[in-house]
Design a binder for this molecule. Structure first.
Ligand SMILES: Cc1ncc(COP(=O)(O)O)c(C=O)c1O
Length: 432
């Protein structure tokens, strides 16, 4: 039982930092975290297990969140770990450097070890950064390239991946080439062939999102990286959406660089990210934001984490997020979020006017289901999704997309009843 003074303090910090109303924060922090439902319940009544687990989130009961792909939803144990650290750090009891952004302290080392084990890479290959955008910036600005060298990317890149390369092109004259990905793709061979046909003798980097923001398709990253390696080209992968959504193995994938945003699917606090740099390349990459250690190569990948004073508490939260994920079981998490995505798939598949942007095969989607709308029979734009988007907004159902396409994110906190509310909004919009 925490003391009253501590609970009031925690609640006030939660209210200030996360913008919760104070009354709600007080309610949450006046009691212990709700216990996790038992594994027996998962076996006997899985829907009830996942419904009980939902008590771990602060998600408003009168809103449906089907867009945790843009910004993730962080559960209570992770918020608590973050807030507790924020408070205890200010006591300055720990002798090591107490924040993030300079030397590595024990907490950061433990976190890197745990993440390296989870991502199957070495700790020395893993930097902590603040999000995928920052990881993308390190990669786009870090390699020595000459004017006229070419970067190959897809037409589905997020601005946080494309922008750093556009700036590099504007400043230093590298050339950007783009390949168009089909919506949906037919096969891995088709996708790899599209990349292969985009390569020229001057291509130095293939940059792609493992799960692009536009379509949510899970690209065959290992095969694309193998193509790059075969041709002597660097592979840079934007994995903003992957960590916590699909299994990841850096060494098996064979990529050169890989960045993530764990706030999305791993449900970590916002402002946490990871950057993997293959060991052999560590000394070939310039750090982007630097301090005195800019040429201290003995730091290995940690050289990319020396930003100046930053927030350690959110990284304590990232460790709690990884622990939470591992306690639940990554396989079970994937199975449940994909089961919910399959319900979306099956509902959408009933409509001949809708077509998938990713879910043409089971392995091409995880927790994101993306679909577009075909033109009406007379060739004019079909307004069905526009109306459905308005229905969703009116019913407090948060989705990504609009008139042209919807991107629906399902996670372990998504309840079948919430999907029914979404299906009703979609049906209403498409019926009119
Ligand atoms: C593929 C991809 N890359 C980068 C980002 C940017 O993520 P962040 O704002 O966490 O850096 C996103 C965000 O949705 C994304 O989908």
């Amino acid at each position: 039982m925490i003391r009253r003074r501590e609970f009031i303090q925690r609640a006030a910090v939660a209210a200030a930092v996360f913008g919760f109303p104070l009354a709600q924060a007080e309610k949450m922090f006046s009691q212990g975290a709700p216990p996790l439902p038992s594994q027996n319940l998962l076996a006997s009544d899985p829907d009830r297990y996942w419904a009980e687990l939902r008590r771990q989130w602060l998600l408003a009961a009168d809103h449906v969140n089907l867009n945790c792909g843009s910004v993730g939803c962080t559960p209570l144990p992770i918020l608590r770990a973050t807030i507790d650290h924020l408070l205890s750090a200010e006591e300055f009891r720990e002798p090591a450097y107490p924040w993030f952004g300079y030397e590595e302290n024990t907490r950061l080392r433990e976190l890197r070890d745990a993440l390296a084990a989870y991502l199957n890479c070495k700790r020395d290959e893993l930097a902590l950064v603040r999000n995928a955008t920052e990881a993308n910036n390190v990669m786009a600005n870090g390699l020595d390239l000459k004017p006229g060298d070419e970067i190959l990317m897809t037409d589905q890149e997020h601005p946080g991946g494309r922008g750093p390369w556009e700036q590099r092109a504007a400043r230093y004259g590298v050339k950007l080439n783009t390949v168009a990905l089909p919506k949906p793709p037919e096969s891995d061979e088709q996708i790899v062939d599209i990349f292969a046909r985009g390569i020229t003798p001057r291509t130095k980097v293939i940059f792609f999102s493992h799960i692009p923001t536009v379509s949510g398709v899970v690209l065959p990253a290992k095969k694309i990286c193998a193509l790059a390696r075969e041709r002597g080209i660097f592979s840079q992968v934007d994995g903003a959406h992957t960590i916590g959504q699909i299994p990841l193995d850096m060494h098996d994938m064979g990529c050169d660089f890989y960045g993530t945003s764990p706030h999305k699917w791993l449900m970590a606090p916002k402002g946490t990210g990871t950057l993997y740099v293959r060991e052999e390349l560590l000394e070939k990459v310039w750090a982007n934001t630097v301090s005195g250690s800019w040429k201290d190569y003995s730091l290995k990948a940690y050289r990319f984490s020396v930003f100046g004073t930053s927030n350690l508490s959110v990284f304590v939260g990232l460790k709690a997020a990884l622990d939470f994920h591992q306690t639940l079981g990554p396989d079970r998490v994937y199975a449940r979020m994909h089961e919910m995505a399959r319900k979306v798939h099956d509902h959408v598949a009933k409509y001949p006017q809708l077509y998938f942007w990713n879910a043409s095969r089971d392995e091409y989607y995880g927790g994101l289901t993306c679909f577009g709308i075909k033109p009406s029979a007379d060739g004019t734009a079909n307004k069905g999704l526009e109306r459905a988007a308005a229905e969703c907004a009116a019913r407090n159902i948060r989705i990504a997309g609009g008139a042209d396409h919807f991107r629906i994110a399902t996670h372990i906190f998504t309840q079948p009843t919430e999907l029914d509310l979404f299906f009703d909004a979609l049906d209403t919009g498409l019926r009119a």
